[in-house]
Design a binder for this molecule. Structure first.
Ligand SMILES: [Fe+2]
Length: 115
């Protein structure tokens, strides 16, 4: 029997600092940088607790959404041992950015922030 908790279809973690290791391992971590008036959004997985990323257990993709609309998607293979992706965007202040990461064993994990 798995020791993993029962998972929701989409696990949106709103307070990563208060989350357990299982949640920290799976929840994408979103960061922002401003470069010449453009915003770079980066997403890391396993930011607080490393995720295995082996052929049997890995993140298959990461998607970035802005106000619910997909703006970037990154398909991954197990050789991406520490997924860290980024995209430059031109979005207005107040846009809600969501990152979703899909673990082949543990499903969908999401985090959000507002620009
Ligand atoms: Fe996993």
């Amino acid at each position: 029997m798995s020791d993993a908790p029962i998972l929701a279809p989409m696990n949106l973690v709103t307070d990563l600092d208060a989350a357990g290791d299982f949640e920290k391992k799976h929840t994408p971590h979103i960061g922002l940088e401003t470069i010449e008036s453009k915003t770079r959004i980066w997403v890391k997985t396993g930011h607080h607790v490393p995720h295995p990323n082996t052929p049997d257990h890995y993140f298959q993709w990461i998607e970035v959404l802005a106000d619910g609309n997909a703006i970037a998607r990154f398909d991954l293979s197990p050789v991406a041992t520490e997924p860290h992706v980024c995209v430059h965007v031109d979005l207005p202040s107040g846009t809600v950015v969501r990152a979703v990461a899909y673990c082949n064993l543990h499903g969908l994990w999401a985090a959000e922030l507002t620009l």
